[in-house]
Each structure stands twice: as C-alpha cells, then as structure tokens.
Design a protein around this ligand. Structure first.
Ligand code: GLP
Length: 242
C-alpha cells in the first residue's frame, strides 16, 4: 500500500483529485467506483473545477457508487444518490445513464435481488478501473462493517451503532436515519484495478493505525485491502498521527 501523508484536508483533496483526473485523462472511458461522505467533498469540488476549466471530460466515464441507505427515497437530501447529484453528477458532463448507485428505495426483503444485478452491471462495464474509498471510524469500507465474516458481493447490511452515531447527526432528526444499507461487498471492491483510500481528521486515526500497523482481520474490513496490489492511501497528518 502506497501511503501519502498530507498537511491537511485541502492537500489530501488536491492529491486525490489529481489521481482521479489522471485516470480519466489516460482512459476517457474509465469506470470509476465512487464514495460519499465528508471525505471526498473537496476532491469532487476540484474535479468539478477542472471540468469547468475544460481540463476534464467525463462524457464517456461510467461511475458506480459504493453504497446507499436502505430504505431511503433517492430524493431525500440525506440519500447518497442526492449527495452524488449535488457534488458531482450534475456538475460535470457525466451522462445520467452512466451514473449508478444501489437503489435504496426498496424494502429490505427485496434488496438481495438487485444486488447481484449491480455486480453483474459492473462486470459488464469491464470492471472498476479506479475505486475511491473513504473509511469509517471503525474501519468499515462502504458499509462493510466489522463482523466475523465479510460478504463478497453487493449485499444489504444492518448498520452498527458506531456508524449510526457517526452519520445520525447528518439527518435533521437522527432517529430518521435508516438502520440498513446496501453496499458493494469486499469482493466487488477488491476487483477494482486500482484503489484510492482517503481519510482525514483525528476521528479516523484508530482506523488508519489499525490499517497500517495491524494484521488482516474482518474486525477492520479495510485491512483486507492490504492484500490488493494497487492501493494508495492519502490521509492528513491528524488521521496518520492522531
Ligand atoms: C460512511 C459511508 C462510507 C464512507 C465512510 C466515511 O458511513 N458508508 O462509504 O466512506 O462512512 O465517511 P466520512 O467521509 O463522512 O467520514
């Protein structure tokens, strides 16, 4: 794993955006795996700015997002679908039909069926060239929460108390936060040709420390990525040093 430690969030965002921009320039038909959360907002704004300056063309790029709450209406401002529209999809020349995210607008019992179709669609697109990941405070990736075993493909999950506590405050009424989500599995993520993980702030220190100094364990789902041949971690000093 290549590790790049930055001064702050701004530098992390600059470096992360530069990596994604380089991928898109080198392969205008790149398939990108995208993430939501506070970590990538700065990166997305830099990609939008590069597009506005005429330096990037997303017209042939395909995107597949990692995860979505379940159940949630895509029009709900807290949905990851709304997040992607706000921060990237509607601000660059991505074609709407090329932007994909698991559908959270279904009942938990119906989620399994769409999950296999999501993985099949990624495979049919040629697989993910570059997967962007944030990391949860407990080391989760997407919504692959610490557990005795981890799922391979896209699947529905019950969110942990740690994740409910971390993300609940983003909802006007935290009790409205869905208790489940749909997420790419570790296998779906691992199949990406390249992986970029970004992390900032002291709250991520334990997860980063565990990732860099611990072994591979399902108790820290991100640690599985230590086995992947092409992973870059870009984090700030606070996430790295605590
Ligand atoms: C969330 C999401 C992840 C995200 C992570 C970190 O719960 N499911 O996809 O990468 O946790 O989020 P943030 O960047 O807001 O810290």
């Amino acid at each position: 794993m290549k590790v790049i430690v930055c001064e702050n969030y701004e530098e992390m965002s600059d470096k992360g955006a530069a990596l994604i921009a380089a991928e898109v320039r080198q392969n205008p038909e790149a398939v990108l795996g995208l993430a939501t959360g506070s970590s990538p907002i700065g990166m997305y704004s830099r990609l939008v700015a590069a597009y506005e300056r005429g330096e990037l063309d997303f017209s042939k790029v395909k995107t597949y997002n990692l995860d979505e709450y379940l159940p949630i209406d895509p029009a709900n401002k807290n949905s990851y679908c709304a997040f992607m529209h706000e921060h990237l999809w509607d601000k660059v020349n991505l074609k709407p039909e090329n932007c994909h995210i698991p559908n959270g607008n279904i009942a938990l019992e119906d989620a399994e069926a769409q999950c296999a179709a999501y993985d099949d669609a990624i495979k049919a697109a040629g697989g993910i060239d570059l997967q962007l990941l944030g990391i949860g405070r407990n080391g989760h990736i997407g919504f692959n929460e610490p557990a005795e075993s981890l799922s391979v493909g896209t699947h529905p999950v019950k969110l942990t108390e740690s994740t409910l506590a971390a993300n609940g405050p983003l909802f006007d009424d935290p009790s409205e936060m869905p208790r489940h989500a749909v997420t790419m599995g570790m296998g779906s993520i691992f199949s990406a040709k390249k992986i970029l993980i970004i992390a900032n702030g002291k709250a991520k220190h334990d997860a980063i420390k565990g990732l860099l100094n611990g072994g591979i364990t399902t108790a820290l789902p991100a640690s599985i990525l230590l086995l992947h041949p092409d992973v870059t971690l870009i984090c700030d000093k606070e996430a790295y040093n605590g």
